[in-house]
Design a protein. Structure first.
Lengths: 321, 270
């Protein structure tokens, strides 16, 4: 059969499939959509024939393009909707975290060791703080948490809850994403960002606890700290996973190892970003709010315990299943 | 002895007789082009044409322009909000709009439509290495890792990077994948065929004539592909390739090219 005759004989079907795919791409209702899989398989057969009979580039390319578009429309993952979200929260995320427990504790250490080291160092030798915080930053801290700042200062400063909420989303979630992306560079970006945050936040705490109103700082951060720091740690673990795949690909090629690491890192990244969103919500609308200090402390500690228990125990039954 | 040594097969250069003697060398062929053959679940192989660094860089420039325009439009809308609801509300919306456009423009466009505006205009598309649509998961991974690929960038302008890491990774990988592509398992391909139609560019009357010797399937394919691609080459390149076949065709130079083309026409029409 000559190419022209082949084209003549099948042209009607090809243009039918082309029309249906064009309609689908525009999300319009296609007529006779139920025939799409059948048509698609027919065209797959035509492509195989055209390739085998060497009908040349033009014909093969047209069928090739048609098959690719058809494949993309027919073979897509179903959106599992709210059920998928529930499963993610109730088991996928905590199981993914427990699956990476070694990397999780390593990442925790990269943040918490410098954090506490700087608080302790500040207690004995204030020069450690001056090495990290410049005078401008110290003045800013004095303004917010200084010993002689009026108690209502924070509330007056942050009257617009919504604005602060937006700011925390923009700032904190972006930091999480950068920690994750930096991790792919042989974990260097993630280690640097996590260590830097540990040192910087540790220095601020050390400074305020030494020379300012530590009580107020602790009251402010109590509510959102658990979600924010776990969120950052999880994104850090996700990034470290990618970097480790490059450094230590094991039996895979580096490309394959990266791909596999991407699959493992995905739930951690989404979970971490989600937690940081929740943290921004708490920080924007609750942390500077009028509730008494005791209530805020209790809420803060409760959230730390609940979140830790969630990561430790949630979805265990699904493990066995 | 072999009358000719180099044979074009499906874009691959191989020493044909060497491959007969040592079948394993077929697997180690050096590729002539970048086409990626992928077998679909339907049992048919399709060819994907990965896009290189330059065209992707151009698409990126267009996308930065568009994201910038969206950003300005978003801020203008926030200004309108500010008129009604006060300055702090407006600042809050500006921050949110900036966040979602900065991180979301690429993610949303590639997950929902398979391509950003820049890619659409340059005829590119993001697909999984399996050939199927990228979807949300892959789109999120490849676009968050943009931050690593765009290094080194100017801290004050986090939108604009030099993409040295991404470009290096593209050049080092078979399918032109930057780090984000490797992690997400995606490739950027040409959505539509952009090579010129040979019929237009090949203004030579070719008379079909049968091949002088019996040809195997691969050899027939080599002739047909020679004709399909002839429009892309200069005359001297055509002659250079046809000269390899001079002993078989019985002519070299321009006459050899014409004879090779007539054989290809004969094969196509028989």
């Amino acid at each position: 059969m000559k190419p022209q005759a082949f084209e003549e004989a099948n042209r009607a079907e090809w243009s039918k499939l082309e029309q249906q795919l064009a309609a689908l791409a525009k999300r319009e209702p296609a007529d006779e959509a139920h025939r799409l899989p059948h048509l698609f398989r027919r065209v797959c057969g035509d492509l195989a024939l055209a390739q085998h009979r060497m009908y040349g580039r033009q014909l093969c390319d047209r069928l090739n393009g048609l098959v690719i578009s058809g494949y993309q429309e027919l073979h897509r993952a179903l959106n599992r909707g709210s059920e998928g979200f529930m499963r993610f929260v109730s088991s996928t995320l905590p199981r993914a975290v427990r699956g990476e427990w070694r990397l999780f504790w390593l990442t925790m250490a990269i943040f918490w060791v410098p954090f506490f080291a700087f608080i302790i160092a500040a207690h004995f030798e204030p020069k450690w703080i001056y090495a990290v915080l410049d005078p401008l930053q110290r003045m800013e801290m004095d303004g917010m948490y200084g010993a002689d700042t009026p108690t209502e200062f924070l509330r007056e400063q942050y009257t617009s809850h919504f604005m602060m909420f937006s700011f925390y989303i923009m700032n904190n979630v972006s930091i999480d994403f950068r920690i994750f992306a930096g991790g792919v560079l042989f974990t260097l970006g993630a280690v640097y960002a996590l260590g830097f945050n540990g040192i910087f936040i540790g220095a601020i705490f050390g400074y305020v606890l030494q020379s300012g109103n530590g009580q107020r700082l602790l009251t402010f951060v109590a509510g959102h700290s658990s979600f924010e720091l776990y969120g950052m740690i999880l994104c850090g673990v996700a990034g470290m996973r990618l970097g480790l795949a490059l450094m230590k690909p094991g039996r895979h090629s580096r490309g394959d190892a990266l791909r596999a690491a991407g699959v493992r890192a995905m739930p951690l990244l989404l979970g971490g970003a989600g937690m940081t969103f929740v943290a921004a919500f708490i920080e924007g609308f609750w942390s500077a709010g009028p509730a008494p200090a005791t209530v805020k402390h209790v809420v803060g500690i409760t959230l730390w315990v609940l979140l830790s228990a969630y990561l430790l125990f949630a979805g265990r039954r699904a493990d066995a299943a | 002895m072999a009358p000719y040594r180099r044979i074009l097969v499906q874009g691959k250069v191989e020493s044909f007789h060497a491959s007969l003697q040592h079948p394993r060398t077929v697997a180690a062929q050096t590729k002539l082009d970048t086409l990626q053959s992928i077998e679909l679940a339907e049992g048919v192989s399709v060819l994907l044409r990965p896009a290189g660094v330059v065209v992707r860089g151009l698409a990126l420039l267009l996308d930065l322009l568009m994201a910038g325009l969206f950003m300005l439009a978003g801020w203008a809308a926030c200004l309108a909000v500010g008129m009604l609801a006060g300055a702090t509300m407006a600042i809050g919306f500006v921050l949110l709009v900036s966040f979602f456009i900065y991180w979301g423009y690429f993610i949303f466009a590639e997950a929902r439509f398979g391509r950003t505006l820049g890619k659409k205009w340059l005829g590119l598309r993001v697909v999984r290495t399996s050939g199927s649509a990228a979807g949300w998961g892959a789109s999120i991974l490849r676009n968050l890792l943009r931050v690593a690929d765009m290094m080194p960038f100017i801290p004050q302008l986090p939108f604009i990077g030099f993409y040295l890491i991404g470009a290096a990774s593209c050049m080092a990988t078979r399918r032109f994948q930057r780090l984000g592509d490797l992690v997400a398992g995606t490739i950027v391909i040409y959505d539509r065929d952009q090579t010129p139609d040979p019929a237009i560019h090949l203004r030579v009357p070719v008379v079909a004539s049968p091949p002088p010797v019996a040809l195997t399937r691969e050899e027939q394919l080599a002739f047909i592909q020679f004709k399909d691609r002839a429009a892309l080459w200069s005359d001297s390149r055509k002659e250079e390739l046809a000269d390899e076949l001079a002993p078989v065709l019985g002519a070299s130079g321009r006459e050899g090219v014409l004879r090779a083309l007539s054989v290809a026409s004969w094969l196509r029409e028989s």
